[in-house]
Design a protein. Structure first.
Length: 437
């Protein structure tokens, strides 16, 4: 079959292929993406406008605006509260006696200020001729009374012996008279004697009986009288012994000895000075026992009691102590007290050294509390500014026990709330404060 040929037109064969100009087209989503972007921007803008409006509203509703960097904030929480009070004190010797002159006289010192002494060492001697003379006089008087007492005893023995002899003689006369009356009764029966003689014998017997009776009574009364006089003389002698013993004590006290082991604090007199009775002579300091004299604000006076635990801080270390004494009077708004160490006394303490202490008044468990700050004093303890977002709102509160670092919240606040604990004096008349960053 004959082949057929197709004739191609020269104009058609001259046209180039367009495949090089072809490109893949994606579906058109530009409008959708832009819509999402505009929506997101719109939402963000609305949110920012709302927040800005809220902040502007808070700012305009607030009485004052301050920076958060100018205040201190603390959170209300529950826990244990240790009620205490911080006090300042100074170290004093727990035993620091002052010696006084026991009598008038001239003093001779045996020590110097700052000198170490042991208990019983001789410190000074007072020469008092008047006291010594009085002592010798009273001593001689005592010896006279003792001699009189012994003489009285001898006299009483002699008198009692004489009375005993009279009683025995009266007894002999009585026995003789009784025998005579017996013979007289026989003779009267035998009519040997007359009735008159018989009656005379009877009268003589009665007379001797009375003499014997009176002798016994008289001896008894005299014995009681002698015993009374002897007892009175003995009392007088004993009283004189007390006088002599007291004067002897005063004479012995003219030699002043140290009651403690320590150092001489200060001398109030000079050598050979004339001193009067009860005048101050010198002071001693016991270096083995120290206490802390503290000044406590009178607001805590009703809560204080002897025996309260105390924490003493010295050179970064804490020592256990207790309140040993409290003054009954208030001076310049302060109550004076003494704190003693319980376990051990720190080494290196010096007289009048300044020291810090913390008196533990009481411990309260599971209470609502917040960190203590100047808001307690500047707000009178009755108001607080509670944080609500970027504002602090004034709220009435009631505080209870207070310690150095914390205060108890009785009402007005809840756990987790935050309040301004720094001074609120500059805005305590405001109701709401805006807190800026």
């Amino acid at each position: 079959m004959p082949k057929k040929f197709m004739t191609v037109s020269p104009s058609i064969s001259a046209i180039k292929d367009t495949s090089a100009q072809d490109r893949l087209l994606k579906p058109k989503r530009t409008a959708s993406v832009k819509a999402w972007v505009f929506a997101l921007v719109g939402m963000i803008s609305v949110t920012l406008l709302v927040l800005l409006f809220d902040k502007v509203t808070q700012l305009f509703n607030s009485d004052l605006s301050i920076s958060k960097r100018q205040i201190q904030i603390a959170k209300v929480e529950k826990g244990n509260l240790q009620r205490d009070v911080a006090v300042q004190g100074r170290v004093v010797a727990a035993n620091s006696p002052t010696l006084f002159a026991p009598s008038n006289g001239t003093i001779s010192l045996r020590v110097k200020a700052g000198e170490k002494v042991n208990q019983g060492d001789l410190l000074a001697v007072i020469d008092s001729p008047e006291l010594k003379n009085q002592y010798e006089q009273q001593k001689n008087q005592l010896e006279e009374l003792e001699l009189e007492y012994e003489r009285q005893k001898i006299q009483i023995k002699t008198a009692l012996l004489d009375n005993q002899q009279r009683i025995e003689m009266a007894k002999v006369d009585l026995e003789l008279a009784q025998k005579n009356i017996q013979r007289a009764e026989l003779n009267i029966e035998m009519k040997v004697i007359s009735q008159v003689d018989y009656e005379t014998q009877h009268a003589e017997l009665e007379k001797i009986k009375l003499q014997h009776k009176h002798a016994i009574q008289n001896a008894k009364l005299q014995k009681e009288n002698y015993e009374f006089e002897l007892k009175a003389r003995q009392f007088q002698m004993e009283r004189q012994k007390y006088v002599v013993a007291d004067l002897e004590r005063q004479v012995n006290e003219l030699e002043l000895t140290s009651p403690i082991t320590g150092v001489i604090g200060s001398l109030m007199v000079d050598e050979k000075d004339s001193v009067s009775q009860n005048s101050e002579l010198l002071t001693l300091v016991d270096l083995t026992a120290y206490e802390i004299e503290v000044s406590i604000p009178e607001t805590y006076a009703d809560d204080l009691g002897v025996g309260l635990a105390t924490e003493v801080t010295l050179e970064g270390k804490s020592y256990v102590g207790e309140l040993a004494a409290i003054s009954p009077e208030v001076t310049n708004g302060q109550v004076s007290g003494r704190v003693k160490f319980v376990d051990s006394v720190p080494q290196g303490l010096r007289q009048n050294q300044r020291i810090s202490s913390r008196i533990l008044i009481e411990s309260r468990n599971d209470v609502l509390k917040v960190r203590r700050g100047s808001f307690v004093e500047t707000g009178g303890g009755s108001i607080a500014f509670v944080l609500e977002g970027d504002v602090a709102v004034k709220r009435p509160i009631q505080l209870g026990a207070r310690s150095i670092n914390e205060v108890e919240v009785i009402s007005g606040l809840d756990v987790g709330e935050e309040i301004i604990v720094s001074s609120i004096e500059q805005f305590n008349q405001s109701q709401q404060i805006y807190l800026s960053n």
